[in-house]
Each structure stands twice: as C-alpha cells, then as structure tokens.
Design a protein. Structure first.
Length: 175
C-alpha cells in the first residue's frame, strides 16, 4: 500500500533503506548540535553509537517501517510497533500502535514530511482497528518537540525521566 500527497510518497521501508535512515539520523544530530542542542541525542552521530546501526536495521526488518520520498529521494521515515521500546515508558492494558521512530531530512524542515508520516501512522492504526496510537519524545529544550506532536493531534499523558533526560509520552485516540 502506498500513501501519496502532492509532494510526498510513502512506501513500506526495508533493509535497503537502513543506510539512508541512518544518514537522516546523523544529519539530525548535526543539525541539533549546530543549534546548541546536545542534550536530546548527544553529539555522537547515530551511526557511530553502540548498537545504532543494528537498532535501525532491526527497525527496518522487524518492525513496521515506512519511508517518505520527495522527488525520488528519501525524506523521512516512521517505524511503528505494538508497544514502546523502553522499560521506563508506562505500559497500557489495551492494544496499541507505537511510533518507535519518526525522522525527517533536516534539509526539508517545514515541508510537512513528518506530519504526512504521522497521518499515515494514524491511517494504519485505524485500519488495524486499534484505538490507541502513542509516541514518546524528548521533553527538554522548552518542549518544542512535545508541541510538534500536539500540533499533529497527540495529547500529553505520562512524563518520564531516563537519567537526566526528560521525556514525554503522548497519545492519540482513534475514536
């Protein structure tokens, strides 16, 4: 199945997309660091972090991965799972879809690629007849990322901490 908007085409992702997704993650680290944000993902490129390459390869092969393309180039990716990937995230007692990864090309900031990917995740959650879609994100830096998810229809639920790293779980009900 493919989801299309005027500028963005979404298709299922796979192992062949892993290097490009890693490039997007490395670009995001550099972009954040250039703006003074070293807390969210640190300063080490994602592809050089212990387990980083294996995590993304696993996401692209063992989870439900989708990539966005604009003009034939990879512009972003979303990975869905049936639950969170970290033990600090509160569990739920109902079926859910969970956004494990949302990444977009920093060169395409403001073009709506992330919002199109999130809308695709909502569509897939509805088609799976699951009522709950959740995501977690970094809550530091004035909460800009939390606000982004809120603009895309998510509602804050549980704040959490991983060491000194502040996080926020958000959810969207399909009903």
């Amino acid at each position: 199945m493919t989801h299309t908007s005027p500028a963005v085409r979404i298709r299922p992702g796979g192992i062949d997309d892993a290097p490009a997704v890693l490039d997007l993650l490395d670009g995001a680290v550099a972009w954040m660091n250039a703006r003074g944000n070293t807390q969210q993902w640190g300063t080490t490129p994602y592809s050089q972090k212990p387990g980083g390459v294996q995590r993304i390869e696993g996401y692209m092969t063992e989870q439900e991965a989708y990539v966005a393309e604009t003009d034939g180039e990879l512009a972003g990716a979303v990975v869905l799972a049936t639950g969170p990937g970290h033990e600090t995230i509160p569990r739920v007692t109902e079926p859910e879809r969970y956004v494990r990864l949302l990444i977009t090309d920093r060169q395409r900031t403001g073009q709506g690629v992330g919002s199109v990917l999130l809308a695709h995740a909502v569509e897939l959650t509805r088609k799976a007849e699951v009522d709950l879609l959740r995501v977690d994100c970094w809550a530091g830096g004035g909460g800009e990322l939390v606000a982004y998810y809120e603009r895309n229809g998510f509602v804050r639920t549980d704040p959490f901490m991983v060491g000194e790293w502040p996080g926020q779980v958000l959810e969207m009900r399909m009903g």
